[in-house]
Design a protein around this ligand. Structure first.
Ligand code: OOB
Length: 549
């Protein structure tokens, strides 16, 4: 059985990607035993007091895979996975992949609307969830979503208080079958490496999440090549504190890259600074990935006399634009900074660890693969001259040619010859790296003048009194939209709008771009992955719920 709905690469490119060694013909589910054979008891995973060796990981993956089969799952079935960061997440993903069952990786913050949409779109046969997490009853939600589907969907639950209507996951981690026999039985079920290994969520905050089918071949390359560029090796200890089902901490290089390199993965439920710093000190973490908002919080909370971050070598920052000022301050944590500009749809850009400091602070890196194709185009679809901004289009060995069962979304998001329209506005930097200057979807259109929200956010971040910032367009009868600066202030007095405009003007910002509204918040609404949620922000502004100056 093969999962339908995947858009495959043209045959001549398949041959090329294999010949060049990008695609190695490895099914993700076969990796745990390969690793266990070479690494034995060495620690693969740490989750609180639980420590799993590579051999233990492989055995648990096999036990769960066998039990998924025995409860009726079959190759090409899909399984919704909405787990917090825990070792069961890793075992579940590999167990599914081992037998050609496709995990659909939902973020922990998703609720009924998103989950029901995803479950229907991917026609899932099961859902794996915590019973409760952070006071929310995920089991109840999953049971309700399952009941609303037009096909049977079993709920597997992790944690205490499993409902009689659900199946406890923990007992499924044990089998009586002799390990070598089980291993051989499951090896025979390994899916072809060109098949879909997992379904990722697209990162957009507009509309319901779109699904992206990633193959075993393309995703293994995604993680392996990322790991090379971030210096991963057997001594690496990688901390996962962003939601593990997101492409950044999962495979860019993320936990998959760390395991491929023979390192150790530490799972933490959140990037809250005290807990993260304690985990870094306790486990001697060498590398982690965060979004800019987290990087900023870590900088604010870090006290060199209280927190021992001496093991940390690399902090990757990605997911949203990192203000150059923050990038320059981050090495105070005692680590190198690596900017990662990536997307669940594929293309990954990294600043290289030996790029000059200014290039690391001011650019979002360059594509990781020599066969990543990049075009920067204007509104008519024509290539812009070098150094000029335009929309980034891309194709390559780990960028699928369409969404999973994409339908009309593919028409909007992919050109007829398979280029993915990222919606990101970028330009080439003289260093040969890319600079993200805005998003096609995140412009403020003021009387026909396009204003990049990110450009103004960078200015806000350079102001000493600003702790967090997001700029959105607010509807305006006269001009269409006006610029609204939404700010969480740091300690000290907050200037009024006229003073803010003067600060912008003093930094050489064009008059038409100056904020026309200033709203002060205690906290900005964030998406699951920690980016400012501009959709929610606009709704808050429309409801006029916060400070207005
Ligand atoms: C990552 O993936 P997604 O799918 O959640 O979001 C992708 C979008 C990009 O198209 C871009 O608009 C934005 O997020 N983005 C950045 C950025 N990294 C992502 N914008 C500015 N600077 C950056 N460094 O966010 C993602 C996936 C893998 C690795 C890293 C990030």
């Amino acid at each position: 059985m093969v999962l339908d709905g995947q858009v495959r690469w043209p045959e001549h490119l398949v041959a090329d990607y294999v010949a060049k060694g990008y695609w190695r013909g490895v099914a993700l589910g076969s990796l745990p035993w390969r690793w266990a054979d070479a690494r034995g008891h060495r620690t693969a995973l740490v989750d609180g007091d639980s420590r799993l060796g590579y051999d233990d990981l492989a055995r648990r993956v096999d036990a769960l895979a066998a039990n998924l089969l025995s409860i009726g799952l079959r190759p090409a079935d899909t399984v919704l996975v909405q787990l917090h960061n825990c070792w069961e997440f890793v075992v579940t993903v590999f167990a599914a992949a081992r037998i050609g069952v496709v995990p659909v990786l939902a973020l922990p913050g998703y609720r009924e609307r998103e989950l029901a949409h995803i479950a229907r779109h991917a026609a899932v046969s099961a859902a794996v969830v915590p019973t409760t997490w952070r006071g929310f009853d995920h089991q109840r939600l999953a049971l309700d979503v399952a009941a609303g589907l037009d096909r049977p969907c079993r709920v597997l639950a992790v944690g205490a208080g499993v409902s009689p209507d659900a199946t406890a996951l923990r007992p499924l981690l044990h089998v009586d079958e002799e390990p070598a026999a089980l291993r051989a039985r499951l090896d025979a079920l390994a899916p072809p490496s060109g098949d879909v290994a997992l379904l990722l969520m697209s990162g957009g905050t507009t509309g319901p999440p779109k699904l992206i089918a990633r193959t075993h071949d393309d995703y293994e390359y995604n993680a392996r090549r990322s790991g090379e560029l971030s210096g991963l090796g057997p001594d690496s200890v990688y901390l996962v504190s962003l939601p593990a089902g997101h492409n950044f901490p999962l495979g860019s290089p993320g936990l998959l890259g760390a395991l491929l390199a023979g390192g150790t993965v530490v799972m933490l439920p959140s990037p809250e600074p005290e807990a993260a710093f304690a985990a870094i000190a306790r486990e001697r973490v060498t590398i982690t990935s965060v979004v800019p908002a987290v990087a900023h919080r870590w900088l604010e909370h870090h006290r060199p006399d209280r927190h021992d971050l001496s093991s940390l070598r690399v902090v990757q920052v990605g997911g949203a634009r990192l203000a150059p000022d923050v990038a320059r301050r981050l090495p105070r944590l005692g680590c190198a900074v690596q900017q990662v500009f990536g997307m669940a749809e594929g293309l990954l850009n990294f600043t290289r660890l030996d790029d000059p400091p200014d290039v690391v602070a001011e650019t979002q890196g360059r594509p990781m693969c020599p066969d990543d194709e990049v075009r920067i185009v204007d509104e008519a679809g024509d290539d812009v001259p070098f150094g000029r901004p335009g929309e980034l289009l891309t194709r390559g060995p780990y960028t699928p040619r369409g969404y999973f069962r994409g339908g009309r979304h593919d028409v909007d998001s992919f050109t007829p010859d398979g280029w993915y329209r990222t919606g990101d506005v970028v330009r080439w930097h003289p260093s040969g790296n890319l600079v993200v200057t805005g998003r096609v979807k995140d412009l403020i259109n003021r009387a026909g003048e396009k204003i990049s929200a990110q450009e103004l956010e960078d200015v806000l971040y350079s102001l000493p009194w600003v702790a967090r910032a997001a700029v959105v367009g607010v509807p305006d009868a006269e001009l269409g939209e006006r610029v609204c600066a939404c700010v969480v202030p740091g300690p000290g007095p907050v200037p009024d709008l006229a003073e803010v405009r003067a600060e912008f003007a003093a930094r050489g910002v064009a008059v038409f771009k100056l904020p026309e509204q200033l709203r002060v918040f205690d906290a900005l609404p964030l998406t699951d992955i920690g980016k400012p949620d501009k959709k929610k922000l606009r709704a808050l502004l429309a409801a006029n719920t916060d400070g207005h100056r």
